[in-house]
Design a protein around this ligand. Structure first.
Ligand code: MEV
Length: 424
C-alpha cells in the first residue's frame, strides 16, 4: 500500500491539508486555521510588539519522512529559502529505516548574578555554598508556581571572571529547572528576588542579573545511521559519498570560513522549526554559535564518520526551547504546530529541532560532495523567478517547468518564457 504522503509535494495546498486532517496530524480547528490563512487578531498583534503596523507573512510548509526515536513526524517549518524543506525531507528519507535517535543530556537554564568589587572571591564562594538553602527558599518564594510544577532552583555555581587589567568580577550561576517554558521570565524574576540577599552575604556591588542564553546545561543530541545504499544506487558509490561527507565534516572543524556556511545550513532547518513553534530563533542561534566555538575556534557543529557500511552523523547543541508560555501561548499557528508535532513537552520539541538540523546538514553535504548545490537550489528557485517576473495562477507552474528545462535560469529568461506563454 502506498503511503498517504506519496508525492505529497505534487499535491495542491488544499489536498495536503486534507491528507494531514485525514491522517489525524491536524485537528479540525488547526486544519481550518491553516486552510484559511488566519491572521493574528489585531489586539494580539498590537499587544505583542510596540508600534505594530501590520503582519508579515512567510510561507510555512512541512518536512516529511522523519522518524525520530521511533515516531513518525511531520515537521512544520517557516522559511523563505526555496530548497530548505525539500532538502530536509530528502535527507530524512536517507536516515531510514532506523530514522534519527536523540538524547536529552539535561535541561536547566542558567541565570547570572554578576558582581564587581568583591575582594575575596574564595570567601564569597564559601558564603554562597553555605547559604544554598536560604537562597533556594528565596528563589522558590519568588516564583512559587514553577516550584509547584516541579521546577525551581536546583544548584548554584560561582565563577571568578577577570581580564588582564585590575578589573575582576564575581559571578554566581543559578541553575533553574523551568519545566516546559523557555524560561527567560522565570529566571529573570528569580534573579531579581535572590540578588538583594546575595548582596547582604557578599561585600560587593551588583553589575547586573540576567539569564544566560549560553545554555550549556540544556544540551540535546541527535544521531543517525545512513546505509550507503541510501546515498547512491550502488554500495561503492554510496561509500565514496559517505567518505566525502566525513571529510567535509572534518574540514568544517578546521576552517571557520567553511564552518560558518556549514552551520548556516544547519540553522536553516533549526530556525525554521524554532520560528514555526513560536520560539526565539535569536536565542537559539546565539547559543548554537557559541557552543560551536567552545574549543576556542569556531567549528562545524556536526560530526560525520564512516563505520562499516554506514555513514554516522551526530549533532549536539544547547536547545532551550519551550512548549508553553510566552509567544507560544498567544500565537495560534505556533500552538497548532506543536499539536502537529505531537510534542508532549519542551524536550520533545528540542529533540525534533536537533533532528531537523542534522538532516538539513546531511542534505547539504550530500549535494555538495556529489552533484553540487545549485542543481537542487536552482530547480526550486525557478518558481520564485516565475513569481518575480509576474506569473500568476497556473502560469507559475508552466513558467517554472519551462525554466527547469532551460539551459540557464534568470529573470530575463523567465520573462521571455512568460511573454511567449501569454502570446499563445
Ligand atoms: C544554503 O542555504 C546552505 C548551504 O550553503 C549549507 C552548506 O554549505 O553546508 C548549502
Amino acid at each position: 500500500m502506498t503511503s498517504p504522503f506519496y508525492k505529497f509535494y505534487k499535491k495542491s495546498r488544499e489536498e495536503r491539508l486534507a491528507i494531514l486532517l485525514k491522517e489525524h496530524y491536524l485537528t479540525p480547528n488547526d486544519y481550518d486555521l491553516f486552510l484559511n490563512n488566519k491572521l493574528l487578531d489585531d489586539d494580539v498583534a498590537n499587544a505583542l510588539i510596540e508600534n505594530q503596523l501590520t503582519q508579515f507573512p512567510l510561507p510555512m510548509g512541512v518536512a516529511m519522512n522523519f522518524i525520530i526515536d521511533g515516531e513518525k513526524k511531520v515537521i512544520p517549518m517557516v522559511v523563505e529559502e526555496p530548497s530548505v524543506i525539500a532538502a530536509c525531507s530528502h535527507a530524512a528519507k536517507m536516515t531510514l529505516p532506523d530514522g534519527i535517535t536523540t538524547k536529552v543530556h539535561s535541561r536547566q537554564i542558567i541565570g547570572q548574578i554578576i558582581l564587581k568589587d568583591v575582594v575575596d572571591h574564595k570567601e564569597a564562594s564559601q558564603m554562597i555554598d553555605s547559604h544554598f538553602r536560604e537562597i533556594k527558599e528565596i528563589a522558590d518564594n519568588t516564583h512559587p508556581s514553577i516550584v509547584a510544577r516541579g521546577g525551581g532552583l536546583k544548584k548554584i555555581k560561582t565563577r571568578s571572571i577577570s581580564d588582564t587589567s585590575e578589573q575582576n568580577f564575581f559571578t554566581i550561576h543559578l541553575f533553574v529547572d523551568v519545566q516546559n517554558a523557555m524560561g527567560a521570565n522565570i529566571i529573570n524574576t528569580i534573579l531579581e528576588g535572590v540578588t538583594p540577599f546575595v548582596l547582604e552575604l557578599i561585600q560587593g556591588a551588583s553589575l547586573m542579573s540576567i539569564l544566560s542564553n549560553y545554555n550549556t546545561d540544556c544540551l540535546v543530541s541527535a544521531s543517525c545511521k545512513v546505509p550507503f545504499l541510501q546515498l547512491a544506487p550502488s554500495v561503492e558509490q554510496g561509500k565514496l559519498i559517505a567518505e566525502k561527507i566525513a571529510e567535509a565534516s572534518l574540514y568544517a572543524k578546521l576552517d571557520p570560513y567553511r564552518a560558518v556556511t556549514h552551520n548556516k545550513g544547519i540553522m536553516n532547518g533549526i530556525d525554521s522549526v524554532v520560528i514555526a513553534t513560536g520560539n526565539d530563533p535569536r536565542a537559539v542561534s546565539a547559543a548554537s554559535h557559541a557552543y560551536a566555538s567552545r574549543h576556542g575556534q569556531y567549528e562545524g557543529m556536526t560530526n560525520w564518520y564512516v563505520v562499516e557500511d554506514h555513514l554516522i552523523g551526530e549533532l549536539t547543541l544547547p536547545m532551550a526551547v519551550g512548549s508553553v508560555g510566552g509567544a507560544i501561548s498567544v500565537l495560534p499557528m505556533a500552538k497548532a504546530n506543536l499539536d502537529l508535532l505531537e510534542v508532549r513537552d519542551a524536550t520533545d520539541l528540542a529533540r525534533i529541532i536537533l533532528s531537523v538540523g542534522l538532516a538539513q546538514n546531511l542534505a547539504a553535504l550530500k549535494a555538495l560532495v556529489s552533484v553540487g548545490i545549485q542543481k537542487g537550489h536552482m530547480s526550486l528557485h525557478a518558481s520564485s523567478l516565475a513569481i518575480q517576473v509576474g506569473a500568476k495562477g497556473e502560469e507559475i507552474e508552466e513558467v517554472t517547468k519551462a525554466l527547469r528545462r532551460a539551459p540557464k535560469m534568470n529573470t530575463q529568461i523567465a520573462k521571455h518564457i512568460l511573454n511567449k506563454l501569454r502570446e499563445k
